[in-house]
Design a protein. Sequence first.
Length: 273
Amino acid sequence: MGTLGKVVFWLVTAFVLFVIVAPLAWIYLTAFKSPNDIFTTEARKLVFFKPTMENFNRLFREFPFWDNFLNTVIISVSSTVVVMVISSLAAYSFARWNTGKGHLLFTTISTRMFPGVVAAIPFFVMYRNLGLLDTRFGLALLHIYFNTSFATFLLYGFFKEIPEELEQAAMVDGYSRVDIFRKIVLPLVRPGLAVTAVFCLVWSWNEFLFSFLFTRVAARPVTVLISSFWGSIEVQYGPMAAGAAIVILPTLVAAWFMQRYIIRGLTFGAVKG
């Protein structure tokens, strides 16, 4: 790579980092700013200002933030756990026995081939008739429905990379099919499971459309609460940034601790021989 190539590479890298880091930096800086510092036109106060906790105090005092945050945690974690159990078994079945001759797998992934808003009205009518509106269970079911197809299709590729000879050798040694799946196959696809779980958790954690349409008060997640700070007359940047700063942290921490599995999962099967 010549000098020009290196310059272009680092320029592109710096631009990508700026696009990723700048919004996060704005959120965390704004969360600790007073209203005067948020709306000031002084360039130096973009970074240099007197920090305050007033935005967090307002967030906790005037809004049911922790109740909504708990809803998000319960819905996201429970739906992700259920999705991983169902999709891992389904993907293994598709990979080993070609269940449905490929048609069932295509039908499964086809549920993610249309915009979610297309299914909003029929789901809303069905949920209203079943009494599932504004319930954690109902919203978790929606997340399970949309994430299971994606997780199954993603895990299918990871299971296909596992040589069948390993399982055949284990069967010769007296392992049952359940023991093979639990003690041999799952440890080998652990990076794939980590990648899939993170994707499902992040999607469920950040999901807004169905949360906005299907919840009111009892099961409202924190994404809907934060969106309420953007009104037609006033935008409450302080509480909005404070809430976003807290909500972002769990997914960042989860991705940080699972990054080695994520990197291995994204490159799983890329090297042959």
